[in-house]
Design a protein around this ligand. Structure first.
Ligand code: FDA
Length: 342
């Protein structure tokens, strides 16, 4: 007992110094540097092994992650379905190092699709292409995606390819079009990121193709050559792209939009637009992350909107978790205060 107390006492002083340092840096330089630091850490292998090994970090990450197993993910999905929400399941993992890891991830997602069907869930699946080998062998990624889409189609289900860092956007869109047009899969969707300059043009093309699109702001560290450095510009682009993707011509072409944000301004701008254009609530959906703004998720369901919650599970939670910290530095206080209290 006294050993544990001593250990905790040993942690308090460094933690308090660390907190003061961060608070001072925020006052001095604003929150942007902290966001950049966290986004750097989300990719740093040394930080990954350090933080992943901390039991406390595992516990705090659970706020954003449904659990480690398919059973945990299915349980969380049932609860959300019962609360009137749809689900997108995500087996955590990205940037695998070899074919075996890519194939293992593919097999887990096949099992996940089986479980979704067996449990009659209102849930589809999201996949990161780097999780199924994009950085090793593009052909392998296409093969795995084909097997996933075939299995999903046999259940009448769909798979969406998450969008990762800007260096992967061209290849991701190429694979999307290959799967859709060369291999004839209708059950595949993509993601657009409002912070990228290129997204307006990509969205125009996807509207012509009648694509199934999720629009989000974008979660990676991008240079000012490719992405809006200022949040206000990303927000303005988000509103513009939402309106393009919800416009009559887009819906007539078959576009179905997932408005993926927790930002009340973006949500209110969407609601104003759908009222003005008399767009039915079944012609689009709001999407939010598991554990983020649950109050808003409930409120939108109560107001009659469709809400889909993105539910990640698995043991490879580190980069996903640190990106969530970067989006809202207040989450970092939550993490640190749990660390001090443990
Ligand atoms: P913003 O970051 O401006 O936050 C607005 C408000 O929302 C905050 O003030 C806070 O109240 C709340 N909030 C936001 N993030 C929070 C958090 N982590 N914890 C607590 N509160 C938070 N990105 C990507 O690059 N590729 C992808 O494929 C996806 N996929 C995806 C799916 C879904 C369903 C969602 C909701 C998001 C993504 N994202 C993503 C992440 C996305 O790009 C973005 O980083 C986050 O959604 C945060 O941006 P917001 O639009 O919520 O606004």
């Amino acid at each position: 007992m006294s050993k544990i107390t001593n250990k905790r006492n040993n942690l308090i002083l460094p933690s308090v110094i660390f907190l003061f340092l961060i608070a001072w840096m925020i006052l001095r330089y604003g929150e942007t540097w902290l966001r950049h630091l966290l986004l750097y850490l989300s990719n740093a292998v040394w930080a990954r092994s350090l933080v992943s090994s901390l039991p406390i970090a595992n516990r705090v990450a659970r706020r954003f992650v449904a659990g480690e197993t398919i059973a945990d993910a299915i349980q969380a999905s049932k609860t959300l379905n019962d609360a009137g929400m749809r689900v997108t399941l995500d087996f955590l993992g990205e940037s695998v190092n070899n074919r075996e890891e890519a194939l293992n991830a593919g097999n887990e997602i096949l099992r996940l699709l089986d479980h979704i069907d067996q449990n009659k869930l209102d849930a589809n699946v999201s996949v990161k292409l780097s999780q199924i080998g994009l950085k090793i062998d593009k052909n392998l990624t296409v093969e795995i995606m084909q097997s996933l889409l075939e299995r999903a189609a046999s259940y009448g289900n769909m798979i969406r390819m998450d969008m990762e860092e800007s260096a992967l956007v061209d290849t991701t869109l190429e694979i999307y079009r290959d799967l859709r047009y060369k291999h004839g899969f209708e059950n595949v969707g993509v993601v657009m990121q409002a912070y990228l300059f290129r997204s307006e043009q990509d969205v125009r093309e996807l509207i012509n193709e009648g694509a199934w699109v999720r629009l989000c702001k974008g979660a990676y560290m991008e240079p000012p050559e490719v992405a809006f450095p200022e949040k206000n510009d990303t927000d303005a682009n988000f509103v513009q792209l939402t309106q393009m993707l919800l416009a009559a011509n887009a819906r007539e072409n078959g576009v179905y939009l997932g408005v993926a944000t927790h930002d009340e301004q973006m949500i209110n701008a969407t609601i104003d637009f759908v009222h003005k254009e008399r767009i039915n609530s079944d012609e689009f959906e709001f999407q939010m992350l598991y554990g983020v703004r649950r109050d808003l998720q409930d409120l939108l369901v109560k107001q009659g909107y469709q809400v889909r919650v993105y539910v990640p599970y698995g043991t490879a939670w580190y980069p996903y978790f640190v990106r969530r910290l970067a989006e809202r530095p207040a989450n970092l206080w939550f993490f640190i205060s749990n660390f001090i209290r443990r």
